[in-house]
Write a protein that binds this ligand. Sequence first.
Ligand SMILES: Nc1nc2c(ncn2[C@@H]2O[C@H](COP(=O)(O)OP(=O)(O)OP(=O)(O)O)[C@@H](O)[C@H]2O)c(=O)[nH]1
Length: 375
Amino acid sequence: MDPDRKVPCTLISGFLGAGKSTLLKRILTERHGYRIAVIMNEFGDTAVSSSAKAINVSSTDNEAGELSEQFLELANGCLCCSIKDTGIAAIENLMKRKGAFDYILLETTGVADPGPIAAMFWHNEEYAMGLGNDIYLDGVVCVVDAVFGEQQMTEDATDDDIGTSQRQIACADVILLNKTDVPTEEQLTRVEILIQSCNSSAPVHRTVRGDIDLKHVIGINAYKGKSFEDLLHGLRLHDHDHDHDHGEEGHVHQHGPLYTSVTSIQVDVPVINEEKAQKLDEWIRSVLWEGILPGEGTPQNDGSKKLEVLRCKGVFCLESGEVNVLQGVRGMYEITPIRAAAEDDTVGVTEVGKLVFIGKGLGENMRKSLLDVLQ
Ligand SMILES: Nc1nc2c(ncn2[C@@H]2O[C@H](COP(=O)(O)OP(=O)(O)OP(=O)(O)O)[C@@H](O)[C@H]2O)c(=O)[nH]1
């Protein structure tokens, strides 16, 4: 492995019991040719521990002499790392074994909102000086329980809070709808509609026991290094053929109404000049940081936000020919050029880009406000 090469990292989130460990065990035991380091909360049962007989187990203790982590080197070339606290410390510890793997999968606990961990990968000084030299975020995968997903999405949301399950879906780049062997087609459709009204830009793959071609989970390169066309393709509405009617605010009629408090808006972006790009940046800051649309009053007195953007992404062209990518999780965002300005100004750029915002309180007035900035 080229020591200068950064290691991609995928975050796996999902409701309690949705099938995250089942997916990871599959990855750790099947022959797929990848050397993946998996960070799990615990090794769990059969699949991993039975094959552990033929592999090396090593452990590191903390100062108190307490076992803090264990590494299993598996026959299929994968490395399994069990650490009590997942998160940044786990990745830092794992990186001491750099060279033994070329991919990291990090399982977050079922009650975790992956947003803060994903946001850590955005360039801040601490990250750039440390882990940012070694790893990058490839994408966030969310496993949704096809049996209990609808219940979980509606029950853990309260008037004051969106709920963890909707936060997990909002933040995802790919969604695995798992346990599809159990519910009826009608139930599956309902949960798919809910997922898509919450996050319209992530593809949803149906799985049984996490059985999926790994190309949909790893190496998706959700954040960087793709062409304009690929990025645009990734942002398209992942609509499906079922007969239903999307209403306002993610309100869907099909055999009774389904609601999610998290919704998405998508806006086409014409080719814009530098000045408009600046205005767009100001608009994004106001929406992400203050929770208000520019020119629309002041933040709420109690500090709460009417608008809460959990995830934003997009790609758009400048008149100079420069292509910019927007990526953000909560208040952390960046706009980075992926294609430099055209050197000779005869190159006419006509490509229409797209911006996607996922969060709470997003509606038609937000779309209009954004269009005002762009047109
Ligand atoms: N019928 C069915 N059961 C499944 C499927 N995938 C996982 N299970 C079962 O669901 C249960 C929970 O699966 P896990 O993989 O442990 O779920 P998890 O998301 O890791 O759970 P937590 O770590 O507790 O959040 C286990 O009993 C699995 O065997 C599936 O596709 N179909």
